[in-house]
Write a protein that binds this ligand. Sequence first.
Ligand SMILES: *[C@@H]1O[C@H](CO)[C@@H](O)[C@H](O)[C@H]1NC(C)=O
Ligand SMILES: *[C@@H]1O[C@H](CO)[C@@H](O)[C@H](O)[C@H]1NC(C)=O
Ligand SMILES: *[C@@H]1O[C@H](CO)[C@@H](O)[C@H](O)[C@H]1NC(C)=O
Ligand SMILES: *[C@@H]1O[C@H](CO)[C@@H](O)[C@H](O)[C@H]1NC(C)=O
Ligand SMILES: *[C@@H]1O[C@H](CO)[C@@H](O)[C@H](O)[C@H]1NC(C)=O
Ligand SMILES: *[C@@H]1O[C@H](CO)[C@@H](O)[C@H](O)[C@H]1NC(C)=O
Length: 547
Amino acid sequence: MHLLQNLSRRDGVLILIGASCVYILTTFLHRGFDSMPSIVINSGLPTYHTPAPILDLGFAKLPETGIIAHAPGWTLFRNLYMSNGTLFLLSSNFSDFPEIRMMTSTGLPAYNTPENIALREPTKQDMDFISPEEAEAHWGGHAQDGERNRIWTVEGNTMLFNDPSQFLDHYYHFVAELLVGARAFIYGAFNPTSRLSLAKDASTPELHPTFNPLPSVYEPPSFSRAIFIHAESYGWRDKPGFNSFVLRSAFPSLTIEVASDWADRVNATAPPKAIDKDAVQHSRANDDDNDSRRAWHFPIALLTDRSAAFRGESCGSRTQRTASEAWEYMVDQGGIDLVGTWWNNVREAVWRFAGVKKQVFHSRRRPDEVNDSANENLQMKLPIPENIVITYVSRQEVRRHLIPEDHDALVDALRNLVKRKKVEEGKDWELNIVRPEMFSKDGQIQLIAKSTILLGVHGNGLTHLVFMKPSQVSAVIEIFYPGGFAHDYEWTTRALGMRHFTVWNDTYFTRPNEPSIGYPEGFQGTSIPVHGETVAQLIEDRLEGRL
Ligand SMILES: *[C@@H]1O[C@H](CO)[C@@H](O)[C@H](O)[C@H]1NC(C)=O
Ligand SMILES: *[C@@H]1O[C@H](CO)[C@@H](O)[C@H](O)[C@H]1NC(C)=O
Ligand SMILES: *[C@@H]1O[C@H](CO)[C@@H](O)[C@H](O)[C@H]1NC(C)=O
Ligand SMILES: *[C@@H]1O[C@H](CO)[C@@H](O)[C@H](O)[C@H]1NC(C)=O
Ligand SMILES: *[C@@H]1O[C@H](CO)[C@@H](O)[C@H](O)[C@H]1NC(C)=O
Ligand SMILES: *[C@@H]1O[C@H](CO)[C@@H](O)[C@H](O)[C@H]1NC(C)=O
């Protein structure tokens, strides 16, 4: 029996509809952010009908590398190549490229010794320039024989993280530095308001099936993958598990590759091993080892490197925050505002995942409507909080912590404050005194999402500030051993448009009068003093708009 003869007309129509659906789906799935100008290369081959103009580079001149945006440690490339472990910048004129040491390093763990600093200076093995002629000789196919260029495009947009696990496996460094910095940089680089003016390249929304909410405000093109060049699977995961929680919930489509995956790509483009004499006799290609060379091509790649960021002025001399390089550069370019609008979609994605119930999200204002030069009262542009929630993250169970009596007195002072507000002014201020381990991940995010004030001793527990909802009075209050200060949470709070206060027992500081960095004896100890009444007064003044 012939199958076809048994098919009715109706079946035929159904098959056709089914086939069209498959076709439409697959073509949608294959369309990513098209970074290339729409040049059509005439290869002499038949042209295919495709919904998006696809630029076939198989027989084309190899496209040159371009820098879309660069700050120390943060570089967004167009057409970056990799072969045998070396990132290649393909160009006929290198004079306009940033210094290589400001883009990358050897990716070794960082220690503050002259030997280690020298070992982290990048070599030609890490990154190198290549001229179009050399690239053609290495990777160009013999078009006359129908051979395509020996370059494999890693489609979509790629994040290349060049850091070892030394800092990646900490919640603060992963989320509040790497992700915050990457978000600020990508958001700013593609923002139509930025002076980098890449608006014409921004992706247009397309029909594709998704359960993820579609942002109603500008959202930069999404990234397909993150590659941790020097870290293995557990090298980018923190013990409590927040790194993966945040990464997966905020970027559910992101694919992760780690060091051994990168090694695959390195090995696959490594030159062949020297062939032994006898074998050479029979070798077809003994006169031309160029023909076995290959490369990977990244149409859009964001390369980040911690050591290179520290070579920058902002990170190296002022903040010690790698993200500050990305952030300051994009603020200067007009790509991001000073009230953290650029972080909203990430925060809200994590909230939604964690089951934050009442999603009163940010005002749908476009970032360009914020007048950043009217800096002083910027936070007043944020919403008024619906409820006042004070959250004190206690560290009394872990190593660095308050003098036990001072902790008790602080708790009393906070309770009295909330009671007095209720009795005297009828105000319902909520107070939470918590150890994060008491809650599930969802619970921690739910609590922080409603917190107006986050209070705690300097430490990782304050990293959750990135998921606080910024409001006119939101603030982070960080207790240090008197004389001690570090920029971790201070810079991060400020970069997201909120206020930060440093408490030294019975005094406090805020920008522009924040102390300079200091790690006095006692900084890491278990006898950090704090005067509870001072903190309670600070909180009240802040929430009543007096500060
Ligand atoms: C390939 O990389 C190795 C180091 O991993 C290096 O020794 C070798 O010289 C490289 N080969 C070429 C052709 O660049
Ligand atoms: C390379 O670029 C620089 C800056 O754009 C320019 O001044 C120089 O003439 C160029 N050199 C060549 C060889 O084209
Ligand atoms: C890559 O090649 C090196 C050297 O030949 C080898 O030690 C390593 O196991 C290879 N890695 C992978 C992921 O294949
Ligand atoms: C191989 O490439 C080099 C450039 O790196 C070139 O000088 C050499 O002539 C090429 N060899 C062959 C046989 O094409
Ligand atoms: C921004 O604010 C500054 C200072 O208040 C003012 O001089 C400037 O005109 C404002 N710019 C815009 C575009 O509103
Ligand atoms: C902390 O401040 C209180 C109130 O001013 C003071 O009595 C106490 O001695 C201070 N503690 C330290 C260690 O300075």
